[in-house]
Design a protein around this ligand. Structure first.
Ligand code: FAQ
Length: 307
């Protein structure tokens, strides 16, 4: 009866809220996805944080600083949404440190030049938006509401990245080469953000049945590619895929095969920066212990003062 009522709520587009009954598998599925999403936002601060001190102008520095802070905020919205499912923030962070929880593969690639800041904003935030706009309609209320807030900021991120790429592409020949090189390195990892092909994705079945995901990995990837090809053309950069071609019958771009061995290697902890990213997070977490303790003491004092 409970299960039927739950599925009916989903089928009739009513949001599931924290106090509603939900199957244990649905709760676990959400904790897994939302926490991995939160970890991605927070780990995702590292590749860009790397360039704050080297931004080429005060304006560029202010924008990048604001963007990295936004990512921290996105992590917080998502951890809060996840906590409504009955798991603590400490446990979620522990799962990340124990490598039981993943984060997006894209953040395991290094950022070698300033143009990489452009490529991340344009492509990584661009891919994140396609995915997150779809997730605004996810069935779990707190996740859906977090997505609505996040998408507003994410579209500014995408535009600032595209602006960097556009400026560099019309700059000196060296700047244009740098922009093209960033696109060459970030293109395939960006389209890998959407996950394995549908036929290889074990989580998609339940995710679609429960409307946690509203579109599949392949649908979202196709939509990202269709949107991005024209943007590259406008600024005179070339997407590094010789098989990329408009298919008039499908009304979509056909594209080449991804290197799935590389994808699974990165997902399973063996990408170029996996070890470095996790070590940095652990160090920052340890060094922040006194801040968490002080905040807790302050909160306790405030509470006893009001009682
Ligand atoms: N990287 O069966 P599926 C951002 C794992 S936010 C790592 O297809 P599912 C903002 C997957 O977890 C970017 N692992 O799984 C920003 C599963 O492992 P598990 C993050 C991946 O969940 C921008 C296994 O493979 N966005 O970038 C990846 O149905 C700039 C099987 O896969 C989200 O997290 C991958 N690429 O679909 C921040 C969006 N792909 O858990 C800073 C929410 C797959 O069974 C700077 N998440 N895996 O051990 C989702 O939409 C989904 O979870 C997918 C994967 C689409 C990522």
């Amino acid at each position: 009866m409970k299960e039927e009522h739950f599925q009916k709520q989903i089928d009739t587009e009513q949001k599931i809220e924290p106090k509603d009954w939900m199957p244990e598998q649905y709760r676990k599925h959400l904790i897994r996805q939302i926490s991995q999403h939160a970890h991605s936002e927070v780990i995702g601060m590292q590749p860009e944080g790397n360039w704050i001190t080297r931004a080429p102008s005060l304006r560029a520095k202010m924008i990048l600083l604001a963007k990295v802070q936004d990512e921290a905020g996105h992590g917080l919205y998502l951890y809060s949404a996840c906590e409504t499912l009955g798991i603590s923030r400490e446990k979620l962070v522990q799962q990340l440190h124990d490598e039981k929880a993943k984060y997006s593969s894209i953040f395991n690639y290094p950022t070698l030049t300033w143009a990489d800041m452009g490529a991340i904003g344009w492509l990584v935030d661009g891919a994140a938006i396609i995915n997150q706009v779809s997730l605004q309609r996810t069935s779990y209320g707190p996740y859906s509401r977090a997505m609505i807030k996040i998408c507003k900021e994410e579209s500014f991120h995408q535009r600032q990245g595209y602006e960097i790429m556009a400026e560099m592409a019309k700059g000196t020949p060296e700047q244009k080469t740098m922009a093209q090189d960033a696109l060459n390195r970030f293109w395939w990892p960006s389209i890998m953000m959407f996950g394995p092909q549908d036929s290889e994705s074990p989580r998609t079945g339940n995710a679609m049945k429960w409307k946690i995901k509203r579109q599949t990995n392949d649908e979202l990837r196709q939509s990202f590619i269709d949107k991005t090809v024209g943007q590259a053309e406008i600024i005179g950069l070339k997407i590094p895929d010789p098989d990329l071609k408009w298919n008039e019958e499908r009304k979509h771009y056909d594209f080449g095969e991804m290197d799935w061995e590389e994808f699974w290697n990165v997902v399973n902890g063996n990408g170029p920066c996996n070890k470095q990213r996790l070590a940095h997070h652990k160090k920052a977490h340890d060094e922040g212990e006194w801040v968490r303790n002080a905040a807790q003491e302050y909160a306790k004092k405030q509470e006893s003062a009001t009682n």
